[in-house]
Design a protein around this ligand. Structure first.
Ligand SMILES: CC(C)(COP(=O)(O)OP(=O)(O)OC[C@H]1O[C@@H](n2cnc3c(N)ncnc32)[C@H](O)[C@@H]1OP(=O)(O)O)[C@@H](O)C(=O)NCCC(=O)NCCS
Length: 137
C-alpha cells in the first residue's frame, strides 16, 4: 500500500492512467481476495521501478492456471533484467500453488513486449477481440 503512488505512475506508463487513491483501493481489493492474488514490485535505487500482478484463474473450460494481469518496468530501467525478475517471481508464485500453466494477454501493438515474452518461452496461442458494454441500473 505504501507503494501505491509509484504503482499508479507506472500504470500510467502501461497506458492506464490511475490515481494513487484508485490504486490503493485496488490493492485493498486484491488483499481481500487472499491467496489467489499477488502483486510484486521491483526496487531499484530505493524506488519502485516495476510491478507485476498475477492471479489464479478459475474457468469451467480449462484447468487451473495463472494469469498475469499487468507487468510494467519504468522507462529508463528497461533492458536490465527487471522484467525478467518480475516474470520469474510470478511464475514461482504459480508453481508453488500447483499451477502448471501461466498466461497473459498483450495488446497486438506491443511488439517489444511480445519479443520479451517469446524470449521467455511464452508462445502465442490466440488472438481475439475484446468487447465491452457500459452497464447502468
Ligand atoms: C515488457 C517489459 C515489461 C520488459 O521489461 P524489461 O525490464 O525491459 O525486461 P528485461 O530487461 O528483463 O528484458 C528485456 C530485454 O533486455 C535484455 N536484457 C535482460 N537483461 C539485460 C541486461 N542486464 N542488460 C542488457 N539487456 C538485458 C533481455 O535479453 C531482453 O531482450 P528481449 O527483448 O530480446 O527479450 C518492459 O519493456 C515494459 O514495461 N514495457 C512497457 C509496458 C509493456 O509493454 N508491458 C507489457 C504489457 S503486456
Amino acid at each position: 500500500l505504501t507503494d501505491a503512488a509509484a504503482i499508479a505512475t507506472l500504470a500510467g506508463e502501461l497506458g492506464y492512467p490511475s490515481a494513487e487513491a484508485d490504486v490503493r483501493a485496488r490493492l485493498e481489493d486484491l488483499r481481500g481476495r487472499g491467496a489467489d492474488e499477488e502483486a510484486y514490485v521491483a526496487i531499484g535505487d530505493d524506488a519502485v521501478v516495476g510491478w507485476i500482478h498475477v492471479y489464479r484463474v478459475v474457468l469451467l473450460e480449462t484447468s487451473r492456471q495463472a494469469e498475469v494481469g499487468g507487468l510494467v518496468v519504468a522507462d529508463g530501467h528497461r533492458g536490465r533484467g527487471v522484467g525478467q525478475q518480475l516474470l520469474r517471481a510470478a511464475e514461482s508464485w504459480a508453481i508453488e500453488r500447483g499451477m502448471r500453466e501461466i498466461r497473459l494477454r498483450s495488446n497486438i501493438l506491443r511488439n517489444d513486449a511480445h519479443r520479451f515474452y517469446r524470449s521467455h518461452d511464452y508462445e502465442m496461442i490466440a488472438t481475439s477481440y475484446l468487447f465491452r458494454k457500459h452497464l447502468s441500473r
